[in-house]
Design a binder for this molecule. Structure first.
Ligand SMILES: Cc1cc2nc3c(=O)[nH]c(=O)nc-3n(C[C@H](O)[C@H](O)[C@H](O)COP(=O)(O)O)c2cc1C
Ligand code: SF4
Ligand code: SF4
Length: 259
């Protein structure tokens, strides 16, 4: 009997929705679920050989978000099986899935399946609009189901999997776009302060953002009930227009499961 677990980072809920669909396809409810966006500073966590862990992260600049990769290094696989998943905003996932599978193998996980799925772009929501949608959901369910069949048959795992990407991975490039809040619309509820995974917002002035620690994840916008926090400025509008032109054409998910 294999026990299912889920460890992921999801700031604006698309990765979390993908993980839930994979678990439904796998036909099991996770025994434990950790969203690293609630606490990047997790303690070291040991898994057992008969555990199956869905490990998922969004793609930032074609890579894993650096802080998320650091947190995932605290997982110890001890021969457990992993289902590696990245979620990207309809541009590209570049080296992120390869980086995730390399990291998990290094932490002594066996990879049974690896997939890259699409979520609405969390900085430019006019790209990948309303993804994952019904078609994505079907594919996520299939991925989960195929992984379950492979686990039940105890098939050989990675390196039989072909995963897109290059080593050394793409260089990490920071994104100079950070949301802030319009003071007139802010009711100082503190939701954004409590939810920011990197502590970039101070309770005294939730309108401002510390650009040195903000990772542009969009969580503060997602939780702000008055719509006060948002992206703005000329650079945001220009890049947003270029993204809409360049990356609106629908892309499809890609996945591979060990045979
Ligand atoms: C800082 C940052 C960088 C991103 N870089 C990429 C990228 O390189 N390629 C892409 O397709 N989407 C990119 N995205 C979009 C996210 O990968 C996508 O919206 C994902 O679904 C967000 O997951 P979440 O809703 O679980 O937080 C980026 C988003 C952010 C915030
Ligand atoms: S969540 Fe919105 S309304 Fe609440 S403190 Fe933050 S910016 Fe202000
Ligand atoms: S301030 Fe930056 S890091 Fe914090 S929740 Fe908002 S976008 Fe994410």
């Amino acid at each position: 009997m294999n026990n299912l677990h889920a460890v992921y980072f999801s700031a604006t809920d698309t990765t979390a929705r993908c993980v839930r669909a994979i678990c439904r396809g796998y036909a099991s409810t996770p025994e434990s679920e950790i969203n690293l966006a609630n606490d990047l500073d997790i303690p070291f966590r040991d898994f057992k050989e008969n555990d199956v862990v869905v490990v998922a992260a969004p793609v930032y600049g074609g890579r894993l978000p650096a802080q998320v990769a650091d947190s995932l290094k605290r997982l110890k696989g001890n021969g457990a099986t992993a289902i590696a998943t990245v979620v990207f905003g309809n541009r590209d996932y570049d080296d992120a899935l390869l980086e995730l599978t390399d990291l998990l193998i290094d932490r002594n996980f066996r990879i049974v399946g690896a997939g890259a799925f699409i979520g609405q772009h969390s900085i430019f929501p006019k790209v990948g609009v309303a993804r994952p949608d019904a078609e994505d959901e079907k594919q996520l369910l299939s991925f989960g189901k195929e992984c379950r069949l492979a686990v039940d048959r105890n098939v050989d795992t990675y390196p039989s999997l072909q995963i897109k990407g290059k080593r050394p991975y793409k260089k990490i490039v920071g994104i100079p776009l950070h949301p802030s809040a319009k003071a007139a619309d802010c009711v100082k509820c503190g939701q954004c302060v409590a939810s920011c995974p990197t502590g970039a917002i101070s309770a005294d002035s939730p309108y401002a953002t510390n650009p040195e620690v903000c990772i542009s994840c969009g969580r503060c916008i997602h939780v702000c009930s008055t719509g006060a926090r948002r992206h703005g400025g000329a650079m945001y509008r220009i890049i947003g227009t270029l993204f809409k032109i360049g990356f609106s054409k629908r892309k499809e998910s890609e996945w591979t499961v060990a045979k």
